[in-house]
Design a protein around this ligand. Structure first.
Ligand code: ARG
Length: 462
């Protein structure tokens, strides 16, 4: 079936029909299309195209179609141009007369924009839920290991000690921003296109607010030309998905390193590791590598859609059909990666002794010693020099911080005292970091409590 044809003397080539058809991917919008069309039927009743009884019949038919579509055979063999055509044909199988009027004054341009937004709103909410689960898993990990101490890195060189719980909360913050970005994307998606027609609005006096209310949209679009060709909401979603994937990817990269024999800080669960077909000893972090890899794919979808849109003259152009596959794939990859990385967080164990030893062996306490001197009247530049000399001498002699006695420290600088000697441990050094958002134990405990209330607020807002 076709929704057009009167103006043509010959039909399109079969080659072109296959090329342009989108049902094989946009059937994913079936439910949104039916739900949208159900509301459209109500709109048509309000402008006198359907009687009340007819509108009820159409809506009942749509409800039946939603139930029937659960069967895997429902789409088998369909060769309609797109999901919108398919839905009308299926309605026609129930009532030819009612189906012949459902598209009154309606354009697929407003229809696909409405469907896509309806579908995306559901997808955004589902991924926000997955983010909340992941953030909860990070909070749980922080609580499971309240005292573990990690050498924090800059330039991938051991820098200063941080609590493992502080590290977990760093990723919590990234994912909380992603949650927010999705909420923002939702807000801009939550606008009704129906009533915009093909580009110029409708020749029927539709109550667009009523359609918006029926479909659960927060508002109606302000300009018909804009809304039929606007895909900013899809870009917003892809950007939010991309930043989330970046954060997942960075976590994965950290843990690929930390679970290696070279670091030995983390032990991955069997649930998310694989073996080698050849090397019997291997346990590979494939789950982490896959999410790192898939991040590139999602970022690619963002770029691709921007490029599709870049040169389009106003308003709708068929190029816009290229918006869907990338967004569908991005949504699938995002959902899968959020679930897998959560499983990784839930099943990974900390090797606290190895972490702390790495921090203690490597002068991650040096800054604390310099700050001690500065607190006791030594200009920071000189304090930095003094501790630098201490580290240089240690390195030459193969000594670690714990190998130094107070007497030896005082030979380097008489300002060192018993308090300073205690700072030769990474754990003691981080205790001074009490500024808000820092890594001292009491500070992290406060951040952890705040993170838990933020999660509660996110759950309440659903
Ligand atoms: N399948 C099209 C899309 O995904 C919607 C149909 C509008 N087609 C048209 N020729 N105006 O954008």
């Amino acid at each position: 079936m076709k929704l057009w044809g009167g103006r043509f003397s010959a039909g399109p080539a079969e080659l072109f029909e296959r090329f342009s058809g989108s049902l094989h991917f946009d059937q994913r919008l079936f439910e949104a299309d039916v739900v949208g069309s159900r509301a459209w039927a109500a709109a048509l009743e309000r402008v006198g195209i359907y009687s009340q009884t007819e509108r009820q019949q159409v809506q009942a038919a749509f409800d039946e179609m939603l139930a029937e579509s659960q069967s895997p055979e429902y789409f088998a063999g369909a060769d309609d141009e797109d999901v919108h055509t398919f839905v009308i044909r299926k309605l026609g199988e129930k009532s030819e007369d009612l189906a012949a009027r459902i598209h009154t004054g309606r354009s697929r341009n407003e229809q696909v924009a409405t469907d896509f937004r309806l579908w995306m709103k559901g997808e955004i909410r589902a991924n926000q839920s997955r983010l909340v689960d992941l953030m909860q898993a990070l909070v749980d990990f922080a609580k499971r290991e309240p005292t573990a101490l990690l050498p924090g890195y800059t330039h991938l060189r051991r820098a200063q000690g941080v609590l493992w719980s502080h590290y977990c909360l760093a990723y919590f913050e990234m994912f909380a921003r992603d949650y927010d970005r999705l909420a923002d994307a939702y807000r801009r998606t939550d606008v009704l296109p129906y009533g915009a027609g093909a580009l110029a609005g409708s020749g029927f006096p539709h109550d667009r607010e009523a359609i918006a209310k029926d479909l659960g949209f927060a508002s109606i679009s302000a300009n018909s030309l804009d809304v039929v060709s606007d895909r900013d909401f899809a870009l917003d979603f892809l950007y939010a998905a991309s930043t989330t994937m970046l954060h997942i990817s960075r976590l994965a990269e950290d843990w690929i390193l930390y679970t290696s024999e070279e670091f030995g800080f983390l032990e991955p669960g069997d649930e998310v590791t694989t073996g080698s077909s050849l090397m019997p000893q291997k346990r590979n972090p494939d789950a982490l590598e896959l999410v790192r890899g898939k991040s590139g794919r999602v970022i690619g979808h963002l770029q691709a859609l921007m490029i599709v849109i870049k040169g389009l003259p106003l308003a709708y152009n068929r190029d816009l059909q290229e918006d869907k596959e990338g967004v569908f794939d991005a949504a699938d990859q995002l959902a899968g990666c959020l679930e897998i990385i959560r499983l990784c967080v839930q099943t990974t164990k900390v090797n606290a002794a190895a972490m702390e030893k790495a921090a203690d062996d490597s002068w991650t306490c040096a800054t604390a010693l310099a700050e001690f001197l500065a607190r006791n009247g030594v200009a920071f530049h000189r304090a930095h020099q003094i501790v630098g000399t201490l580290v240089l001498q240690s390195t030459k002699e193969g000594r670690k911080p714990a190998d130094w006695t107070l007497e030896q420290l005082r030979e380097i600088a008489p300002e060192f005292d018993a308090e300073a000697a205690k700072l030769l441990s990474a754990r003691r050094a981080l205790e001074n970091h009490t500024t808000p958002g820092a890594t001292a134990p009491a500070t992290v405990a406060r951040s952890l409590a705040a993170a838990e209330s933020r999660l509660e607020a996110m759950r309440r807002a659903r």
